[in-house]
Design a protein around this ligand. Structure first.
Ligand code: FE
Length: 230
């Protein structure tokens, strides 16, 4: 079977948030889609190991924040590569509480959609939550971030709990260019041509010239966890 065929499926990228009483959490997900118009429903798929999955199961509430193409990688890092069991993901983030009490992000997103779970489907490693849309608002106009853009242009990796992580990392390391370095933990590719302007590293900076305390913009590990792209 050619698993790479699954890479031809296109996706967006979103932050899905939920709450458990007064605790709030959220995560990055690529699986959000509208199911029907009457009633208006959407579905999301969340790994069973993720804290957000637990919160959605208990509160039966979730909110989808639609990421903008120009969202800073640091926001994806905060929600995609850290666990809400260890850190408060909303610390230092601009957010608001919606009508269901679930928080949505304010910066780096185009719109948010609020939903109440009406059905849960056990799909193995993941649960599919079908939700009735109870609220929605557009916050800004712009291009939504797609999964393909995230990989190809933003050089982003994906966490272990996302579908198909091994394939995605392999795909990154296949783009063989001189001077690129790959994070062994998340698959982020450091490209000297683009540098890491978000963290003060100008374009044209070779990997070797990065400051010793520079860390992976996505998962936060040190330079020693990077290997030269073959
Ligand atoms: Fe990393």
């Amino acid at each position: 079977m050619d698993l790479k065929a699954l890479h031809k499926i296109s996706y967006g990228l979103y932050i899905i948030t939920s709450r458990k009483e007064n605790r709030h959490n959220g995560q990055v997900a690529n699986t959000v889609f509208q199911i029907s118009t009457d009633p208006l429903t959407i579905a999301i798929s969340l790994n069973k190991n993720n804290l957000t999955n637990q919160f959605v199961k208990e509160s039966k509430l979730f909110t989808v924040s639609v990421l903008a193409q120009d969202v800073p990688l640091s926001l994806i890092s905060q929600f995609g590569f850290k666990s809400g069991r260890e850190v408060d993901k909303f610390k230092g983030i601009n957010y608001k509480q919606g009508s269901t009490g679930v928080c949505y992000l304010v910066d780096g997103i185009l719109a948010y959609i609020e939903a109440e779970v009406i059905q849960v489907v056990d799909a193995g490693t993941h649960d599919i939550f079908i939700g009735k849309v109870t609220g929605a608002e557009t916050l800004s106009e712009g291009e939504p971030l797609t999964y393909a853009y995230y990989h190809q242009v933003k050089k982003g990796g994906i966490p272990k709990t996302a579908p198909l992580p091994q394939l995605a990392i392999k795909e990154n390391s296949g783009q063989s260019k001189v001077g690129k370095y790959v994070c062994s933990v998340c698959g982020y590719v450091y490209d000297p041509e683009t540098g890491d302007p978000e963290h003060g590293v100008p374009p044209g900076t070779p990997f070797e010239a990065l400051p010793e305390d520079w860390t992976c913009p996505l998962c936060g590990v040190g330079k020693d966890q990077f290997a030269k792209e073959e």
